[in-house]
Design a binder for this molecule. Structure first.
Ligand code: SF4
Ligand code: SF4
Length: 189
C-alpha cells in the first residue's frame, strides 16, 4: 500500500528525538527500499520501514507514533542487515515505540503491549525468555484461551517451546541490564 506523504511546516522534533534515542543518522537513507522489501510484516502495515524514514525526514510529528509497524515489528533486524547504509531501522522502531508510550499517544494494535510486558517479565525473572509462562499469562490476561492452541503439541514436539523454565542464565547480569534500562528511561535516553 502507498501512503501519501506531505511535507510538514514545522521542523522535525520527532526526528531529533529518534536520532538521539536510537543513535542513528537517517540523512544517509536514499530510499532504495531494500529494508521494506525484506521486512516480513511490511505488507501488514500502512507505512513500511523506508516510508517511515521518509516521513521522519520530512518532519512528521506525533501522528507517526500511531503507525502500526511500531507495534508489530518483530525486531528481526532484517531491515538493518539489508540496508546498504547500515541504518539500524530496528533501533528507530524501538525509539518510536518508547516515545509513543512516554507520550501516551500510542494506539497499540491488539494486545502487543501486554505480551511485550509479560515476555520481559519472564526475562527479568529467569534471565532468559520463558515462552510458556508468558503465553499462559497472556491468555489469562486476554481471556482468549483457544487461539493457536492447536499449534501447541507440534511446537512441544519440535522443541520450539519448553515446559520447564530456562536455567543457566546469569540472572544478576540481566537484572543489572533492566536496572540500567529503567535509569535511562528516567533520564529520557
Ligand atoms: S526489525 Fe521490524 S521493521 Fe525491521 S525487518 Fe524486522 S519486522 Fe521489519
Ligand atoms: S535500506 Fe537503508 S537506505 Fe535503503 S530505504 Fe531502507 S533505510 Fe534507506
Amino acid at each position: 500500500m502507498t501512503t501519501r506523504i506531505s511535507k510538514q511546516k514545522a521542523p522535525g522534533d520527532l526526528l531529533k528525538i529518534v536520532r538521539e534515542k536510537a543513535d542513528v543518522d537517517l540523512s544517509t537513507c536514499y530510499q532504495c527500499r531494500k529494508c521494506s522489501v525484506g521486512c516480513p510484516v511490511a505488507d501488514r502495515v500502512e507505512s513500511p520501514p523506508s516510508e517511515i524514514i521518509r516521513r521522519l525526514q520530512l518532519g512528521a510529528g506525533d501522528e507517526l507514533l500511531q503507525t502500526g509497524l511500531i507495534w508489530i515489528c518483530l525486531s528481526c533486524e532484517t531491515c538493518y542487515a539489508r540496508c546498504p547504509n547500515k541504518i539500524n531501522f530496528a533501533a528507530v522502531i524501538d525509539a518510536l515505540r518508547s516515545i509513543a508510550v512516554e507520550k501516551g499517544v500510542a494506539r497499540p494494535q491488539g494486545d502487543a503491549p501486554l505480551f511485550n510486558r509479560l515476555f520481559l517479565d519472564t526475562v527479568r525473572s529467569y534471565g532468559r525468555a520463558y515462552d510458556l509462562k508468558a503465553i499462559v499469562k497472556y491468555k489469562l490476561g486476554t481471556g482468549d484461551m483457544k487461539q493457536d492452541m492447536d499449534k501447541f503439541p507440534s511446537m512441544l514436539k519440535k522443541g520450539k517451546m519448553a515446559i520447564l523454565p530456562p536455567s543457566g542464565a546469569d540472572k544478576g547480569k540481566v537484572k543489572r541490564i533492566f536496572e540500567k534500562a529503567a535509569q535511562n528511561k528516567g533520564t529520557g535516553r
